[in-house]
Every structure is written in C-alpha cells, then in structure tokens.
Write a protein that binds this ligand. Structure first.
Ligand code: CMX
Length: 441
C-alpha cells in the first residue's frame, strides 16, 4: 500500500501533534450547552464527535474535506471517457485531506483490484441463508464471514503496541473495501439472477467493476455507479451508520465488526433503507392509481393519504439538512442528461414539486425537502435494476469509503473508548425538583 500509507502516516503525525496542542491550550473551552429535550430527542444539534472526512452544513449540504459535490464532479479524476468522479479519488481525499491526481487515484484502484479476492467461505456463509433473506442481511453476514481475515484482530491478539494500531486497521479497511463489490454483486446475482455469477474485470475501476459484476455493462450505468458511490460515501459523523461504525470501533473491534455494525444501522427505514422504501412507495402509488405517470394532483392526494395513515413520506426530511440535498440535485442532473423522458424519473421530479408544500403545511417537519434516497432508485430502475430490496446494499458499499477512512483516522489519532453518560427519568425528575445535583451544578 506503499506511498498512500506513507502519506497518511505523515498527515496523521502532524494532526496528532496539532490536536494535542489544541487540547492543551483550549481543552477547557465550552462549545455549547445541552438541553434536557436534546437528551430525550435523539441528541439533535449536540456536538459530541470529531470526524475529519466530511462536514455537513444544514443549508449548503455535505462538503468532503471542504469540497462540495459539484466541485468534486469537476476536480476528481475520472475513468477513461467518463464524466463522473472516481470514488477512488474521493477515498484518497477523505483519507489524506488533499485532492489526488490521476496517478494517486489509479494507485487506489490498483490496490483495490489486487486485494479483491473473496475467500470461498464468505460465499458459503451467504449461500447458507434462505433465498428470501433480505439482501442487507446477506451483506452483513458476508462482511462478518470476511472478519476471519482481520489483520488488526490478529495483531491485537499478538500484543501490538497501541501507537501502531492504525496500520493493521488501514490494511483491513483497504482490503474490506476492495472485496465489497464482489460480495455485493454475488448477493444480487444469487438472489435475482439465478445464481449466475460474473467474473470481475481486472481492467475496470472499483465502481465500474461493480456495475460489470452486477450484470450492467452499459456506459451510463457505470457512470451512475461512479456518481452513486461518490455521493453516498460520507455524511459527517453523527448519522447512524457512521456513528455506529465509529462507536463499535472505539471498543477496538476490528474494521469488519465495526463496519458490519454500522451497516445494520444503515438497514433501518429511517436511514439507508429509505432508498428501497421510496421506490416501493412509488410503485404502490402507480398500482393504486393504475398509471405509470400520475399527475401532480394525483400525487398530492396519495401523499396526503400516506400521511393520514401515520406513515412518513420516504425520501423527504433530514435530521440536519434544511434544504434540498445536493446529493438529490446531483442525481437529478444525471437524470436530465441521461434519461430526460423517463416516466419514473419524471414522477420523482413531480413528487419533488408536490411534497415540500404539503409537508410544510403540517407545521412540525423541520425539513420538507428531499434527501439522497428520494432519487436514487428511479435511476437504477431506468437501467433495469428494479429489485428495490437490493438498493441499500449499494448504499452500504459506498458508505464503506467514508466510515473506513474515518476509522483509520480514529485509531491514528488514538481516540478512546466512547462512553457518554446516561441518566434515568427518575433522576431527571429529582433534578427538576432540585433534589439531586446530577449535572454537578
Ligand atoms: N414524512 C412524514 N413525517 C415526517 C417526515 C416525512 N418525510 N419527516 C419528518 N416527519 C415527522 C417526524 O416523524 C416527526 O413527527 P412526530 O413529531 O409526530 O414524531 C416530525 O416530523 C418532526 O421530525 P423532524 O424533526 O423534522 O425530523 P427528524 O430529525 O426527527 O427525522 C428523518 C429525520 C430523516 C428520520 C425523517 O425526516 C424521516 O423519517 N424521513 C423519511 C425517511 C427518510 O427519508 N429517511 C432517509 C434519511 C436520509 C438517510 O439517512 O439516508
């Protein structure tokens, strides 16, 4: 892994020295206050983590090491004849903190190609599951089976010095990322394509090869996978998948254990599973209305019905964002370029016009705008990937880039076991009555 590892080590050493100094000089500064409602209501807005790879601004959306998605689309290296960024370049950026040139991006591609062989017992573990198992369950089982390969677990067992933890974590993270496309494609072909598998193409980039192994060699689909893998990779540190990976990793669980835990969180319908829920919801709407091109009026009625049944409108709302997700916009632009007449994609755009005012009128939803999941499924369906239960697996493959880059940083910075304080409502009541001094005032 040569030069990339060396560059990371130099950056991490410098960051370690800087952070030590920051804590020494400013460690006692207060950065905010915590209200009682925050601890009951999902810790929204409570700063409690450091994540170096990306930062989310409520109005602007995500920036990866300072770069917005349109900037990444312009400045990251591309595949030959490609227009979309290579996720390899984004991974380098998140890890090293600088934009890669084509040579560095190619080096990442080379490492991932060389390390992509998946041992047979991983396929056997997936094959042991009934065919009706959800693809995300198969995926996490596959990742867990891969844990037998962990260099960190082995090194820890042999008594590695704590200052060297980052190195086998780095190796595990790279190898895990390298192998994910094969595992993901295996699950797809097993469940939906009669168990007929497609060999990797060693000449393709990471996302292009995933497209190939899924069975979609269309140039447009490969480009979509490059965009998809880039925009889903990271969303700062507090979202369920990133935070869980970080938390479990803080117990010195190896990258396989930590990532699998995070992906179990991604598999929840309020998080990554929303991408399957969006298309399921649109298909159900089409069936109920008996049309594949519902009018805006029909969509509005259907949205109101969904809300009246006490359900969420999938793909809308966000815990932090307060405007249209730039990841939604990037996909909309891809759709306008590659499939402007597609009926389903046009339905997604009509939903975008109809839903926000309805959600806004309810008065309680903080963000009525679409998130990343509102758009992704329609683009996949366009190329023939209609099996929506599978969609969160694609999200999971991409999310590995951000959470693994962060995990390498966590260990390089020597971040400790995460262990916030919790209280009981009984204690809160005593505190309200002035009978207990739980927060040490
Ligand atoms: N449809 C209907 N109601 C919604 C809603 C939506 N899309 N989004 C929020 N609400 C409701 C909440 O359920 C909550 O209702 P109650 O007060 O009755 O419990 C109220 O509005 C306030 O919620 P909020 O503060 O605006 O949003 P939260 O931070 O609590 O939740 C999220 C954020 C994403 C879970 C929520 O917007 C949601 O459930 N959206 C639909 C699912 C979805 O698209 N998830 C994907 C998010 C992106 C990702 O992680 O992949």
């Amino acid at each position: 892994m040569g030069i990339i590892k060396d560059r990371f080590k130099a950056k991490a050493d410098a960051a370690n020295a800087e952070i030590k100094q920051i804590i020494k000089e400013h460690g006692n500064k207060v950065i905010g206050e915590v209200t009682l409602s925050q601890i009951y209501q999902g810790m929204r807005g409570m700063t409690g983590l450091v994540t170096e790879t990306s930062l989310l601004d409520a109005q602007e959306g995500i920036r990866f090491r300072g770069y917005s998605i349109p900037e990444l689309q312009q400045q990251l290296p591309k595949a030959p004849k490609g227009e979309q960024p290579l996720p390899e370049g984004l991974f380098y950026l998140m890890l090293i903190g600088e934009l890669p040139d084509a040579e560095m991006s190619n080096r990442v591609t080379d490492i991932w190609q060389r390390r992509s062989h998946v041992p047979n017992h991983v396929f056997a573990a997936i094959d042991a599951l009934p065919i009706n198992t959800h693809p995300m369950t198969m995926f996490v089982v596959g990742v867990m089976a891969l844990q037998t390969e962990s260099y960190f677990a082995k090194a820890y067992g042999e008594g590695i010095n704590k200052k060297d933890y980052w190195e086998p974590i780095f190796d595990d993270a790279m190898i895990l990322i390298a192998r994910l496309p094969r595992i993901a494609a295996y699950i797809y072909r097993r469940k939906y394509k009669n168990n007929e598998h497609i060999h990797p193409n060693g000449l393709l980039d990471w996302a292009g090869n995933l497209a190939h192994m899924l069975g979609y060699d269309d140039h447009g689909f490969m480009e979509l996978m490059r965009l998809y893998m880039t925009i889903h990779a990271d969303h700062e540190g507090g979202n369920v998948s990133a935070h869980t990976t970080h938390l479990v990793g803080s117990a010195l669980s190896d990258p396989y254990l930590a990532y699998a835990a995070g992906m179990n969180g991604l598999a929840g319908p309020l998080h990554g599973l929303a991408n399957q829920e969006v298309i399921k919801w649109i298909f159900e709407m089409q069936e109920e209305l008996n049309t594949d091109a519902p009018t805006k009026e029909q969509i509005a009625e259907y949205v109101k019905k969904t809300l009246s049944e006490g359900k969420v409108v999938p793909g809308y709302g966000h815990a932090v964002l307060r405007k249209t997700d730039p990841r939604f916009t990037a996909q909309m632009e891809f759709g306008k370029l590659h499939m402007p007449e597609d009926k389903l994609v046009n339905t997604v755009w009509n939903i975008y016009e109809v839903v926000p005012p309805i959600l806004q009128s309810l008065g309680k939803i903080k963000n009525p705008w679409p998130n990343v999941d509102a758009h992704s499924g329609a683009l996949l369906v366009h190329y023939g990937l209609k099996e929506y239960e599978y969609y969160t697996v694609l999200f999971a493959v991409s999310r590995a880039l951000g959470v693994m880059a962060s995990l390498i940083w966590d260990r390089a910075l020597g971040l400790p076991l995460e262990r916030p304080k919790s209280v009981t409502t009984e204690l809160v009541k005593l505190w309200i009555e002035g009978k207990d001094n739980i927060w040490g005032e």
